[in-house]
Design a protein around this ligand. Structure first.
Ligand SMILES: [Zn+2]
Length: 310
């Protein structure tokens, strides 16, 4: 018997050539298929080159009516508060924290040792204060500089600071196993095991795109896992074109659908996107594919509201 695709089945049903007996099954199948992963465009906004980049990024977002979360470094915002407010003060966008001055909150294998407790406090509290002053709305999330391969698990001192500051979520799980790239499609979880059941971890996925392009000038590094968990997401060389970058992105978007993941969000940096692809063609390709796959665009704050409501 010829296999009948869901689309053809729907067409046939509409045309009246399939008996009504299939309809309950169809309705059931439709319902389960309706739950598509959410998609979050997110930007670690962290250097002086990010402002010009954000102007181009925002234009693409407005054209696609695509929401985004901008994780912004306090000092970067302080350097151009009016410009950032004018650019990002839009209902499409969430403004969250990327620390005050991009210091390490835990020891990091590539990015260096953790700073003192007092400095951690400043990185968390001061950044939130600056963002809330400029944007005049609550800042509820924090993307940790560099990120870690198990998020903030076991870092009770840091988790306590996030809770005291009033953050609701942290996006700190940004690496694959054993500090490998890419970061896998991990689901949100709360830090209940460390005593913070109201604080959520909302991971980032895929590559830190700057590393895909050697934009940190690190050269070849031991970055991938063996045996790899997602070999199809590991290109053989640094990406060279926006299309190459999109081909890596699409693996994560499509896997999120295939594996029924609640969400997918890639780890992007305005300065790096802009230096590689000043016309933002990769965003165009990626957002077009997000729409084609039927993913549900939202912000990290939206995702937090969803997961914390159970
Ligand atoms: Zn960063």
């Amino acid at each position: 018997m010829e296999k009948i695709s869901r689309r053809n089945l729907i067409k046939a049903t509409i045309a009246g050539s399939v008996g009504s007996v299939v309809l309950p099954h169809l309705a059931q199948a439709d319902q389960s298929k309706e739950v598509k992963p959410r998609y979050i465009a997110a930007y670690d906004t962290e250097s002086s080159a990010c402002l010009a980049a954000c102007r181009k990024i925002v234009a693409v977002h407005k054209r696609f009516e695509m929401p985004a979360t901008f994780f912004i470094v306090g000092r970067t915002l302080e350097a151009n508060p009016k410009e950032y407010k004018q650019l990002l003060d839009d209902p499409l966008f969430e403004i969250a924290s990327h620390s005050y001055s991009h210091q390490m909150l835990r020891d990091h294998i590539f990015c260096g040792p953790a700073v003192s407790h007092e400095k951690k406090q400043k990185e968390i509290f001061k950044a939130k204060e600056v963002i809330e002053q400029v944007f005049e709305r609550p800042c509820i999330g924090f993307r940790t500089p560099c990120g870690f391969d198990d998020g903030l698990k076991g870092a009770v001192d840091v988790l306590k600071l996030f809770q005291e500051a009033g953050h609701r979520y942290v996006s700190g799980l940004l690496w694959g196993p054993d500090y490998s790239m890419p970061a896998l499609l991990r689901r949100p979880f709360n830090y209940d095991a460390d005593g913070f059941s109201d604080l959520w971890e909302l991971p980032g996925h895929g590559w830190h795109e700057n590393l895909l392009k050697d934009n940190n000038n690190w050269g070849p590094k031991r970055l991938t896992l063996w045996p790899p968990v997602m070999p199809e997401a590991i290109p053989a060389r640094f990406v060279e074109t926006p299309k190459d970058e999109f081909e890596v992105n699409r693996v994560f978007l499509e896997k999120a659908v295939e594996r029924d993941k609640p969400f997918v969000s890639l780890i992007w940096h305005p300065w790096s996107l802009h230096s590689f692809d000043p016309e933002m063609k990769m965003l165009d390709l990626t957002f077009t594919h997000v729409r084609k796959l039927g993913l549900k665009p939202c912000t990290y704050a939206d995702l937090y509201r969803k997961v914390s409501a159970g």
